[in-house]
Design a protein around this ligand. Structure first.
Ligand code: KG4
Ligand code: ZN
Length: 354
């Protein structure tokens, strides 16, 4: 089937994004970040996010079309994030997508944001040569979405058919990195700063517990690690031992503890899966997937199972972005999924995958 251009929009949290994709190929991926706006709150402030999305959305859509060198007449459909996410933020993207769909007489494809992160490792650059071989998609795959809002393991039986195997019962991995980073005054978001500082530190300096070892399931939990971190930081502050090198060591140790908890459950899934599902590949998406140490630790866990890790081709595809939404939209278009009428498409802030 001939692939068609999709204009995709994501306003699930604090980034206003629009992209043009064709199948899995990304022709443009524009992201207007609100990080600077939210820094003062140490997290995302929903009404501020909504206002900024409203101010940015038209510009971002126009820029996505311009960068991709297409006009509306080339676009076959619009894809938009329906959820999960912040309700007021989702609302802006959906309202704008609906009005563009009506104006240009285009079908509107509602997309699950987590499915976007899950399939983001399948996105491809615009090929330099026309005859570049398309990527072969290997399923069943095991997918890890590790971001500020989600930390979950999903079985991708085939594209569009998902089974959630495990998820976090409290904070997401990115969220806990951000919260502990805040205790250390590392700014927002702290995940990338912790990765940088960890490189100068020794992860064996501070010992954290390994959570959920007797849970009997594949779920994660990070709140115990957060409490342990808070207690240690308070003690270090009282003892006036929180110098630069100690902060580096703390970042290395805490990051290691979070990633070890993820790899522990990953291994449990792989051991269990050998009896039932033979995974062909492991995919990693979400903001925390940008972390090179997480990728290294996951690859090390996968080595005995001869499994390849597929990650997004650029960090821009790890963070919230519309290209991943376009990729999902492309699959839905190919599979000729029945689309709801425009007036039936509404935000779903608590939408889950599988
Ligand atoms: O996917 P994303 O942009 O938004 C959500 O859907 O949550 O993820 C943002 C999260 C933040 O918690 C941020 O600290 C984390 O991803 N993050 C990182 C890195 N880059 C972003 N965490 C660790 N290492 C990084 N390099
Ligand atoms: Zn996200």
């Amino acid at each position: 089937m001939k692939k068609r251009f999709i204009l995709a929009i994501d306003t699930s949290c604090d980034d206003t994004s629009a992209a043009v994709t064709k199948g899995t190929i990304v022709h443009s991926n524009i992201i207007a970040s609100q990080t600077q706006l939210h820094k003062q709150y140490g997290g995302v402030f929903p009404t501020v996010a909504k206002q900024a999305h409203k101010e940015n959305i038209e510009k971002v859509v126009q820029e996505a079309l311009t960068r991709a060198r297409v006009t509306w007449k080339h676009i076959a459909a619009i894809a938009v994030t329906q959820g999960p996410g912040l309700a007021p933020a989702l609302e802006v993207g959906i309202t704008s997508a609906k009005s563009l769909a009506a104006q240009h007489h285009l079908p509107l494809i509602p997309v699950n944001h987590i499915e976007g992160h899950a399939l983001s490792p399948l996105a491809e650059r615009l090929p330099r040569r026309k005859q570049q071989k398309p990527t072969t998609i290997m399923t069943p795959a095991l997918c890890l979405v590790i971001s500020g809002g989600h930390s979950e393991f999903t079985q991708v039986t085939t594209i569009g058919e998902y089974q959630r195997l495990g998820w976090t019962v409290d904070d997401a991995a990115g969220e806990v990195l951000d919260k502990v980073g805040r205790m250390l005054n590392l700014g927002y978001p702290a995940g990338p700063v912790i990765e940088k500082f960890a490189k100068y530190g020794d992860h064996k300096t501070f010992t954290f517990p390994l959570p959920m070892t007797s849970s009997g399931n594949y779920n994660l939990s990070f709140s115990g690690l957060k409490t342990a971190a808070r207690n240690m930081i308070e003690k270090l502050e009282i003892e006036e031992k929180l110098d630069r090198q100690t902060i580096y060591n703390f970042c290395a140790s805490f990051q290691f503890a979070v990633f070890r908890a993820i790899c522990y459950k990953l291994e449990k899934i792989l051991i269990g899966a050998q009896l039932e599902t033979e995974f062909k590949e492991v995919w990693l998406g979400g903001g925390v997937a940008a972390n090179l140490e997480l990728r290294r630790m996951i690859r090390e866990t996968l080595r005995p199972y001869n499994l390849k890790l597929r990650v997004p081709y650029t960090k821009r595809l790890c963070m919230d972005n519309a290209a991943m939404i376009g990729v999902v939209g492309g699959f839905k278009l190919d599979q000729e999924v029945t689309l709801p009428a425009l007036d039936k498409i509404e935000r779903q802030p608590r939408l889950a995958l599988g």
